[in-house]
Ligand binder design. Sequence first.
Ligand code: NAG
Ligand code: NAG
Ligand code: NAG
Ligand code: CU
Length: 183
Amino acid sequence: MQLISFFGLLGAASLAAAQATNVTTGALGDARPVKNNPVIGEAWIATFDSPALKGTVTAVAAKIGINYTIDVTGLDVAKGPYKYHVHLRPVPVNGTCADTLGHLDSYVRGDSPPCEKSLPQTCEVGDLSGKYGTVAGPDVHYEFNDPYTATNKIQLGYVGERSIVFHDASAARIACANLIKKA
Ligand SMILES: *[C@@H]1O[C@H](CO)[C@@H](O)[C@H](O)[C@H]1NC(C)=O
Ligand SMILES: *[C@@H]1O[C@H](CO)[C@@H](O)[C@H](O)[C@H]1NC(C)=O
Ligand SMILES: *[C@@H]1O[C@H](CO)[C@@H](O)[C@H](O)[C@H]1NC(C)=O
Ligand SMILES: [Cu+2]
């Protein structure tokens, strides 16, 4: 009896170790929930009008983090599923998505290993689809709260002066747009 439970325990421990090897966290630790957005309800909107997709991603300051609404149409289902992220830099006037650089990664985690959905605090802050799931299209209406992004400039997860980028299944950047504070 004792022998069986000993091996049972060993199995559980090695499974936990195997899972732990795939979970990493930022050099600055796990992302912390944002509780000091200056104006609850303030909206920032990224507007897309490209051949690949049309619509908006709206980021609304919440009591904890940001409420996102993805409202887009026209995605080619054959090229999905699609990832979407907050990228570090805004899109320049010429529209080059490559110039948005990488994901917003305020806690310095890197994108490998991939985000573990059940532990969103360990993921790159800007890796929204890693944390909340990819979208398939053709039309998407999807809402979720992300506790770790912020409309408060002093916070690590600040989304101002940044952009939202969509990627197709090949990781190509199919569309990008700046988050602009609604007047
Ligand atoms: C860990 O990652 C490796 C390589 O990406 C993968 O093959 C393996 O299944 C993962 N293990 C767990 C427990 O998720
Ligand atoms: C954010 O979403 C939560 C959960 O759906 C909701 O209770 C809350 O009222 C929303 N906050 C704002 C400011 O829209
Ligand atoms: C687009 O604009 C950025 C910023 O001015 C510049 O660095 C980049 O070279 C431009 N790219 C193209 C393809 O024109
Ligand atoms: Cu991206």
